[in-house]
Design a protein around this ligand. Sequence first.
Ligand SMILES: [Fe+2]
Ligand SMILES: [Fe+2]
Length: 170
Amino acid sequence: MATKDDPVRSRTQDAFPVDNPVQALLRDHDLVRKLADAYKNTQSADVRKQAATQLVQAIHMHSRLEEGVFYPGVRRVDPNLIARFEEDHLAVDDLLATLQGMSMDEARTEPLVVELIDAVLSHIRQEEEQLFPELKQAALDLTSIGLEMQAFEANLVHMQAQLSDQATRR
Ligand SMILES: [Fe+2]
Ligand SMILES: [Fe+2]
């Protein structure tokens, strides 16, 4: 699979859209969809393994960004908008934690990866069809949230890059 699907690398390629942070989230959603397709549409065990590993990493980074900055930022402006989206995240975080503790080679990860994909695809569709349009309609100025997200993401990318370095050196 092309390196541009690497969730860490893909974040360093484009400048963060500070004045429109939703665009950064949509970029993540597209990457997640692409990796989910790659996982589902291959017969190759190697491609599946790589897609599952990148998928878990992409969802992890995206969730940290939303839970750490985006959702709290939106909650400050309108607490009612995101409560149920935060509930979805709790379930996905549980699955992620389980998968992160397992080797992707194991056949038993497959039902969990499929469950993760189903939960996440339905969640991101609802963010796109409900949350993002509501935010747009409310015409909120999201620039301060965008700036916080940019700093948070830079930090996250740095940490993830260090972790992958350590993993390859092992
Ligand atoms: Fe989300
Ligand atoms: Fe999202």
